[in-house]
Design a protein around this ligand. Sequence first.
Ligand code: HEC
Ligand code: HEC
Ligand code: HEC
Ligand code: HEC
Length: 131
Amino acid sequence: MITKLLTGALIICLFCSCSFFCRPAKIRTGPEVITFEADLGPVLFQHRKHQHELKQNCVICHHKGSEKTHACRSCHKKKKDTVEGDPICFFDVKMSLCRDCHQKERDQETSKKAPIHCNECHDTKKIKWTK
Ligand code: HEC
Ligand code: HEC
Ligand code: HEC
Ligand code: HEC
């Protein structure tokens, strides 16, 4: 009786662990929205919307050489924290990667909404500096 119960328990255990480990690996898609703080006002970055818009082509932003982590901020730091020899700061990333794509979208008229002007990205109502 005891052995029967034990084998039964063992089979259940094996089944459970197998179905746990054999599940397809879930891809981490990251946050839906990311807020970047800036003096000119915070920038709401629609991460999920960009993933859809860019047809799940993550490599456009999560470029070759950044496979170790999805967090840009671990390599592209704030301007003031960037020392010589570091990768470009995130400010320069947004000036090249983000802005260039938006400009191209506007030029080719593939999108009228891709922001290029300061207040289209920055919520300037929450501006930090005063006169
Ligand atoms: C338009 C650019 C862009 C595209 C396309 C994009 N991402 Fe991101 N992703 C970012 C930025 C910017 C961050 C913010 C990183 C940070 O805060 O340092 C981020 C953050 C993440 C994070 C969270 C990192 C962390 O630890 O905070 C994950 C996970 C992630 N992305 C996965 C993906 C996947 C998977 C795809 C493709 C389906 C994708 N991303 C497409 C720009 C992009
Ligand atoms: C593991 C570190 C690492 C991570 C994470 C990382 N990068 Fe980079 N990135 C680099 C290095 C190194 C370079 C090349 C050196 C340079 O240009 O300063 C680079 C270059 C770039 C460039 C300039 C390409 C050029 O030459 O025009 C852009 C734009 C960029 N990264 C954007 C991003 C974005 C956006 C993320 C997050 C979605 C990210 N990177 C995550 C290390 C990283
Ligand atoms: C390869 C192209 C591409 C790149 C790279 C890209 N974007 Fe965009 N982005 C778009 C397009 C296209 C739209 C307009 C979507 C629409 O028409 O609704 C957009 C819209 C936006 C908007 C405003 C509209 C909204 O959906 O909230 C913000 C803010 C924005 N992007 C921030 C960023 C930031 C910050 C980065 C860099 C980390 C970035 N984008 C990188 C293509 C891009
Ligand atoms: C495509 C969206 C976008 C547009 C357009 C844009 N910005 Fe930004 N801006 C950002 C993001 C994202 C950051 C956060 C960068 C960081 O964390 O260093 C930022 C950061 C900044 C900062 C803070 C820099 C720092 O290192 O703390 C200033 C100042 C700024 N922007 C000024 C401007 C001005 C002025 C304009 C118009 C000429 C402009 N931005 C247009 C997205 C944008």
